[in-house]
Every structure is written in C-alpha cells, then in structure tokens.
Design a protein around this ligand. Structure first.
Ligand SMILES: Cc1ncc(COP(=O)(O)O)c(C=O)c1O
Length: 463
C-alpha cells in the first residue's frame, strides 16, 4: 500500500517521516530580517509614537519584548525549552495523507505536519512553553491570558503547571459554552478559568451590563486579561498569536517540516495553513521564506468567510483588543468592534492578523482564501474518514483548501506536492461535527452575501 511513497533509507516508517530528538531545531527563525520593507512598528495610542520598550515590559516578559523587535536571523532556543518541547512530543511527525490521496484519486502528494499530537491538542504549546519559561525565569508567579477555542488556554495551563506558575484564563463565552470540557482540561492542569466577558474585570462587567447575552470576542477577552495583568503586581500577560515573538517560537514547525521533506526528496509546490492571528501558518512557512530556496513555493492562508481579515479587511493601524489597551498594530483588520458570527472555529474569530503575515500578504508573497464553515467541516469529516484523525475546525479550513487543490491537480493530471499544517485535533469539537451531521449547523456569516448551497453528507463518499 505504501509502495509509491518516496523513501529515504530507514527514516520513513510507514507513511510517517520522523525526526530524531537531536534533529529538533536549536534556533528559532526570525522572519523580520527577510521582509522586503521594515515592519511598521507598534504605535502607542497616547503619544502616537512607536511604543516604548518600558511600556511593553510592564506587560510581557522582557525576553519576549527583545525578541519582538530583534533583527537577528536566528535566536537560540533555551535548553530548558527544548527539553520541555521534547517531553511534550517534539519533534512531531510529518505524515503522508495516503488515505486522502486514495479517496480523492489525485496525482497530488499530500503531506501534513502533526501539531495535533501535543498533549493539549495543538501547536499552541510551542510558544506557551517558551513564553512561560521566560516569565518564570524573570520571577513572575502568575500569567493572565485569553483563549478563544480553548487550545491556547490549555497550552498556557499545562505550561504553567510545568514551570510551577499560576494561570488565569479568560475564555470567550461562546467557546466556553460550546466546549465545556476545554475548561475542565485547563482546570485539571490547575488553571483558573472564567467565561469572558466576566465579572472579574471592570471592562467585562461593563460589557455584560450593556449586553448580558454578549457571546464574547477574542478582542474583549484580551482586554480583560490585560486589565488583570495591569492590576496584579506578580502577573505578566501572554498572547497566543499575532505578535512577532509568538510566530518566531512557532518557526520550529517549519524547520522540522523542511528537514522532513528533504529526507524524502520532496519540494513543496504549495504550503497551506489556517489563519486566526497567524501563528501556525507563520510557523510553518517562515523558515521556507527565510531559506531563500523556495521562491516557487506558493503559500496559501485560509480564513473563515465569517471572519475574513486578510480577504476582506483593510491594511491599516488598529488595536489588537476591543478596549483599546494594546498598542496599535499595522495589520489587515475588520475593525476592533467587529463581532464575528458564532462559528465553531473559535480560534479563527479574530478581527486582525499578525503584522508580519499582513506585510507578506501586502507584498503578494502569501495568497489568502476563505471558505464557509459548512464546506470546511465537510472537508474535516472527509479527512477524518480517510486519515482517522478528527481535525480541529480551525485546521479543517486548511484541509478544504488542500482538497480543492488536489482535485484541481486531478483534473489537470498534474503531479503536485501539497503540504499543510494540521494545527490541532478536534476531540473537543464534537458539537461542530454533530451539528453538521444532524443538519443544524449554523450557516450564518456576517460578511458573506451568498451562502453556498448546503451539500448532503452523502457526497463525501463519492467525491
Ligand atoms: C487548532 C488551532 N488552529 C489554529 C488556530 C488559529 O490561531 P493561529 O492563526 O494563531 O494559528 C487556533 C487558535 O486557537 C487553534 O486552536
């Protein structure tokens, strides 16, 4: 069955390309020196000048602030962080989607990076462990953060348990209700978790008073976590996406992927990832851009039609949160007050996108696309049937794009190497798949004018 796999001696085990522990990256790859134009700096809304390092270090660990503006091409990964990453499952496998290829009858070769294998279920642990390590080394006792889908909160909760710190998590209300057991998971690791908007902060109380049914947004949860940080002496804030240092930490994904592809003599024609704030996508593509040898590789960023920041937003300075507590970032944005529809991919319900990803979209180096959640979850279900892995609804966005390209390759009878980041598993997202199967999936989107016609699940068996 695996005869058509490209083999490189003993390194390929069935359909998985594995790395040895000592092949795990020793450095993070920084994209900033590789951008065509210098990245527009974050702006302090009070002074309208680039924000000072002092203001940022009141919120973030000092090392993260240094990394945020660093122009070093490579930044060493501390030994303690490498050890923690290994303990929790790195390096992760790169897997050939043999089942999906067979089902689609495509000449394309499809590979996916298994970030779903982390104990918390996604790529988020890579930067959570790194940021928590820096904070603990600087003497911080407590971390405050927001979480949408719950993947980031789970990663921070485990990282705090690992480095002996307290985690305070503000979880967007709609996800808190849709994914009750994500909250439980975080509490098992010892975190304090509340539904946002919450009663813990002045801003949360104000939002709840204005609209008791508010479903919450990532922007509001960020504001709450920031208010919490600024009102507790021993607390630092940690962000799971968007900022340069977060994408920097995720570059281990792309470095491993590049080495794994080289082991089977493959060059990617296309690399695909879903985009919320941009960290898993930046993590997989940045080492390829920095390498310089992949100028023919196409990079596709996939968003939900319900929250299409790159596809339909404007490229301008905007706040990262809803209350206007963060510096202003130059990014593609739908506006801080945009309330995304209650789609199941909670991690993609964010109004903006990382400034570095935004700059590369603006340069034309990254192609953005977007899909409706109905077709996305159908693709996720197809992947589950073909590969056995239930993808997170966020990651299923990337899968939809992969399937479209693989079918195009079939129509054109064209060999194509398609690589995507399986950013997480969907074991806590059964409500999403359940509602797809029972026909009650909420198809609403705020931005989409024309909804695709719902297709019956049965077509999946005959694609
Ligand atoms: C599994 C998964 N994939 C993707 C994302 C989107 O975030 P980012 O764009 O930072 O990778 C999230 C966010 O919570 C997630 O949980």
């Amino acid at each position: 069955m695996f005869d058509d796999l490209k083999r490189s001696e003993e390194k390929i085990v069935m359909n998985r390309i594995l790395l040895d522990i000592d092949e795990m990256p020793k450095n993070f790859v920084n994209i900033l020196p590789y951008l065509k134009e210098p990245l527009p700096p974050p702006i302090d809304p009070v002074t309208n000048e680039p924000v000072s390092a002092e203001k940022l270090t009141a919120i973030f660990p000092v090392e993260c602030v240094k990394q945020e503006v660093s122009m070093e091409k490579r930044i060493r990964i501390p030994d303690e962080v490498r050890e923690a990453l290994m303990r929790f499952g790195r390096p992760t496998p790169l897997q050939r989607a043999v089942g999906l290829e067979k089902f689609l009858k495509t000449p394309a070769r499809i590979y996916y990076k298994r970030e779903d294998v982390s104990p918390t279920g996604s790529h988020k642990l890579n930067t959570a462990l790194t940021q928590t390590y820096y904070a603990s080394k600087e003497g911080t006792k407590r971390l405050a953060t927001e979480t949408g889908a719950g993947q980031w909160g789970s990663a921070v909760a485990l990282s705090c348990a690992h480095f002996d710190m307290q985690a305070m998590i503000y979880m967007v209300r709609i996800s808190y209700e849709q994914k009750k057991y994500r909250g439980t998971l975080m509490r098992v690791y010892g975190a304090d978790v509340v539904s946002s908007p919450s009663d813990r902060t002045k801003y949360g109380r104000q939002i709840k008073k204005e609209n008791p049914d508010h479903p919450g947004t990532l922007g509001i949860a960020i504001s709450e976590a920031l208010e919490d940080t600024l009102s507790h002496e021993d607390t630092k804030y940690t962000l799971g996406s968007v900022l340069n240092h977060v994408l920097l930490h995720q570059s281990i994904i792309g470095q491993e992927t590049m080495l794994q592809l080289q082991k089977v003599d493959e060059t990617p024609d296309t690399i695909i990832g879903c985009v919320g704030g941009g960290s898993n996508f930046g993590g997989i593509i940045y080492p390829f851009i920095a390498d310089g040898g992949y100028s023919d590789t196409e990079f596709i960023a996939v968003e939900p039609e319900a929250c299409p920041s790159l596809n339909k937003g404007t490229y301008r300075y905007d706040f990262g949160d809803a209350a206007g507590l963060t510096p202003k970032l130059k990014m593609y944005t739908l506006g801080t007050d945009f309330i995304p529809p209650k789609i199941h991919a909670g991690g993609l319900r964010y109004h903006g996108v990382a400034p570095s990803i935004s700059a590369l979209v603006n340069e034309g180096r990254i192609k953005p696309v977007c899909y409706h959640q109905l077709e996305v979850l159908e693709s996720g279900m197809q992947f589950a049937r073909a590969e056995g892995i239930i993808p997170a609804p966020e990651s299923a966005h990337a899968i939809k794009s992969v399937i479209d390209l693989a079918l195009e390759a079939k129509r054109n009878n064209q060999e194509r190497v398609i690589v995507f980041n399986l950013s997480g598993h969907g074991h806590f997202d059964m409500m999403a798949y359940e509602s797809l199967m029972d026909g009650t999936l909420n198809g609403d989107t705020a931005v989409l004018e024309q909804k695709p016609t719902p297709t019956s699940i049965s077509h999946l068996e005959t694609a």
